[in-house]
Design a protein around this ligand. Structure first.
Ligand SMILES: [Zn+2]
Length: 78
């Protein structure tokens, strides 16, 4: 299970993270899975490492669950 308190910086391993969204003018970036046509895009969340400035993105667990189950359905259909 995802626990954002356990996320750490991919670059330096720092745990001093500031969470937010990537995007311009309040419009968040959206991850659109290819090959899974029944899923609309999922807004990504992101964080910046306050130690080194590395910015990373991830999907919240609720979106991930939905994507996992839809992806499985698409694979079983094929
Ligand atoms: Zn870092």
């Amino acid at each position: 299970m995802q626990d954002i308190s356990k996320l750490c910086c991919v670059a330096c391993g720092g745990e001093n993270l500031c969470f937010g969204y990537l995007g311009i003018g309040g419009v968040s970036n959206v991850f659109i899975p290819s090959g899974v046509f029944s899923v609309s895009g999922s807004k990504t969340r992101s964080f910046v490492c306050l130690n080194c400035g590395y910015v990373s993105q991830y999907l919240p667990e609720s979106k991930l669950e939905r994507l996992r189950s839809r992806f499985k359905q698409e694979v079983e259909k094929a």
